[in-house]
Design a protein around this ligand. Structure first.
Ligand code: NAP
Length: 246
């Protein structure tokens, strides 16, 4: 299938995990990709593995910085002549119960997820509305729907992304720009591999399908939302959880 033939795609936090899987899947579907990541060396290595110049390029980008997100979008326009798809994926966790969580850890997580997604949505949609087309996909989490102990920062940020997605979708729908979100559940990446075994097992027990998801299974849904197959979808949030918390 070639759902994104000739489309240009930016993925933040694209050097590894779910972001990398999204970039890989987009390329499989005919897209050209810009990977933005804090870690330029990792993003460069990933871009090379995904086909190098003409298919994938890497840019150092901290999504909390407006100038760097603006430059990331501009690089896509310079490189490929426009931006068709923006995936706001970069993320971190700084888990602790409220009793132990520092204000810095709260703000840091809000900044990366919520400010980062707002900046990516803002700068991408500025270009997309001029083009009269574009699709933005924001990576929330099921933690934003149900709230997780030890994640008051992360759950707040991921719930905020759902509201941001809906508000932005309403603002730019008339210009041909769609904004949607996904809420992955337990997906096997570096972020979750750091989890204690008993915590992992407890989460697994809650999943009707009886297994964790793989990054490529999130990427499939993101490619669908980014593609013309989803041409009449905007402001929606799709859960990718194997049935957990349905
Ligand atoms: P990951 O493997 O840790 O990858 C996250 C990527 O984001 C890393 O490459 C990281 O770079 C980058 N990043 C972090 N802060 C950044 C910043 N300020 N600017 C730019 N890039 C930054 O995590 P993942 O599991 O793939 O998660 C990807 C997204 O899915 C996140 O938004 C996460 O919250 C969401 N999600 C994950 C799961 C799951 O189960 N894994 C479930 C629901 C939602 P460095 O390595 O250099 O820090």
């Amino acid at each position: 299938m070639n759902l994104l033939a000739g489309r240009s795609v930016v993925v933040t936090g694209g050097a590894q995990g779910i972001g990398r899987a999204i970039a890989e899947k987009a390329i499989e579907h005919g897209a050209r990709v810009v990977l933005g990541d804090l870690d330029l060396d990792a993003a460069r290595a990933c871009a090379e593995e995904l086909g190098g110049p003409g298919r994938a390029v890497a840019v150092r980008c901290d999504v909390t910085r407006a100038d760097e997100v603006e430059a990331l979008v501009a690089r896509c326009v310079d490189e490929y002549g426009g931006i068709d798809v923006m995936v706001n994926n970069a993320g971190i966790t700084r888990d602790a119960t409220m009793r132990k969580m520092t204000l810095d850890a709260f703000r840091e997580v809000l900044d990366v997820h919520l400010t980062g997604t707002w900046l990516g949505t803002r700068f991408a949609s500025l270009v997309m509305r001029e083009q009269g087309r574009g699709a933005i996909v924001n990576i929330s989490s099921i933690s934003g729907k149900v709230g997780n102990i030890g994640q008051t920062n992360y759950s707040a940020a991921k719930a905020g992304i759902v509201g941001l997605t809906k508000a932005a979708a309403k603002e730019v729908a008339h210009a041909g720009v769609r904004v949607n979100a996904v809420q992955p559940g337990l997906i096997r990446t570096a972020m979750t591999e750091a989890m204690r075994q008993d915590v992992w097992d407890a989460k697994l027990a809650e999943i009707p399908m009886g297994r964790a998801g793989e990054p490529h299974e999130v990427a499939d849904v993101v490619v669908f939302l980014a593609s013309d197959m989803a041409s009449y979808l905007t402001g929606v949030t799709i859960e990718i959880t194997g049935g957990r918390y349905m």
